[in-house]
Write a new protein. Structure first.
Ligand code: ADP
Length: 403
């Protein structure tokens, strides 16, 4: 990988491909373009792209019904992205590597890997562990490998950062054969946590060696306990359902509830999965929306209760993360809710004074980078996460190591 090479980062979901094009520089990857194709397979996909300054450079909708070259699958959506990149004014970026967000790396993959046939087979074997995401991630890899033969494809995993967990944080209280079969607490959002850990360490090397609790609060939500840059514990487990309540996911639930619904009410796995992934969390509790902005603006008691539960559980689990670390030096809020919802941050922190958390209300309202009160024992920080940039850094480091 040489200075000036382009790195294409892809994040392929069920009906969307997000992309970001970075240029490799001596100081690390620099973002040039970003965008997405949404609505793949719906018959009415939508392509948008913007420049590094945020200016909208493309906004294209294909007609309902999929006529006129509308991308119907990941391969053709990637084709639309590539065609747009190739139409950029000269000097056109030559794509030297593609980095992929892959949700699951299984028990062993603790770092990004260059994908070959053997790796792809290994990743395919993990599909049953993440059936909603892994197949789409792999479709993105296959589409990019077909489009760019010979260009390295680097898979970066949401689980990898958590492979430093001690055994106790990695296991369930089941007979050991379940652990051996891969029934473990993998943890997710790892690319976001690794980005935040590195960023804090760059900004303040001493704090980077300290104890951080990071709250990634977006549509998906989890916490991570980090010591000296390494993940020690996280609220997500075998799947991205566990831990905190989320936009539409339930978070921690007594497994006895599921047994009851199955045994006494005849629910099957598909119905349970739909409830737990899509009809629970902020949206399910409020009956209104998963969006914190909508809930805050609503006068409905159900909306207030959903927000109240969200903050309660986040506070409770921050206490657990601090206990695992033996105290905390900083609490970092990130992702859509963490970066923008000052009221939620304030309510989560209320009652954490015993741990040394005290907010400065004016700084919190202004979304300042540091929102703790002057002199507070725990620094409370707000940072934007950037999983795509983390992937681009991984691509540069992986290929530097390989070359
Ligand atoms: P994802 O996990 O899909 O990447 P984000 O990290 O973008 O999601 O978080 C999206 C959520 O962030 C929204 O559903 C909304 O609840 C919340 N959010 C975004 N902007 C604001 C805001 N200005 N105020 C309050 N909440 C916000």
């Amino acid at each position: 990988m040489r200075t000036g090479d382009a790195i294409l980062v892809l994040n392929a979901g069920s009906s969307s491909i997000k992309f970001e094009l970075f240029e490799a520089t001596a100081g690390g990857p620099v973002s040039r373009y970003a965008g997405q194709v949404e609505g793949i397979g719906t018959g009415a996909p939508h392509f948008t792209a913007r420049g590094a300054d945020g200016a909208v450079l493309a906004d294209r909708r294909w007609a309902e019904g999929g006529e006129g070259g509308a991308p119907a699958d990941h391969a053709s959506a990637l084709g639309a992205v590539i065609a747009w990149l190739e139409g950029l004014p000269a000097p056109r970026p030559a794509i030297a590597a593609v980095g992929h967000r892959v949700v699951h790396g299984g028990p062993d993959l603790a770092a990004p890997v260059v994908v070959d046939a053997a790796v792809l087979a290994r990743l395919r074997a993990l599909v049953p562990l993440a059936p909603l995401h892994q197949p789409h991630n792999l479709a993105g890899i296959e589409a990019a490998a077909a489009r760019f033969p010979g260009v390295p494809q680097v898979a970066c995993f949401d689980t990898a950062f958590h492979r430093s967990h001690p055994w106790e944080a990695d296991t369930f209280a089941l007979p050991p054969e379940f652990h051996a079969r891969g029934i473990r607490r993998y943890g997710f959002h790892g690319l976001s946590y690794e980005y935040i850990a590195r960023r804090i360490a760059r900004e303040d090397p001493a704090l980077g060696q300290g104890r951080l609790v990071v709250a990634h609060l977006g549509n998906g939500a989890s916490l991570c306990a980090i010591r000296a840059g390494r993940s020690v514990e996280s609220t997500m487990g075998f799947t991205a359902l566990d831990g905190l309540p989320m936009g539409t996911r339930c978070g921690q639930i007594d497994p006895g509830v599921l047994l009851h619904l199955m045994a006494a009410e005849g629910w099957d796995a598909a119905r349970l999965a739909h409830l737990l992934y899509h009809e629970s969390g902020l949206k399910g509790m409020s009956g209104l929306s998963q969006d914190v902005r909508v809930l805050e603006a609503s006068g409905r008691p159900e909306a207030a209760r959903a927000l109240s539960y969200f903050c309660w559980r986040a506070r409770r689990e921050i206490g657990a993360m601090a206990a695992v670390l033996g105290g905390m030096d900083a609490l970092v809020f990130t992702a859509g809710i963490g970066e923008n919802a000052a009221g939620v941050r304030a309510r989560i922190c209320e009652g954490l004074e015993f741990l040394g958390v005290t907010l400065d209300p004016a700084r919190n309202a202004a979304h300042a980078p540091e929102i703790s009160a002057p002199g507070a024992r725990v620094r409370v920080l707000v940072r934007a996460t950037d999983e795509e940039r983390m992937i681009a850094e991984h691509v540069m480091e992986t290929l530097r190591g390989a070359g």
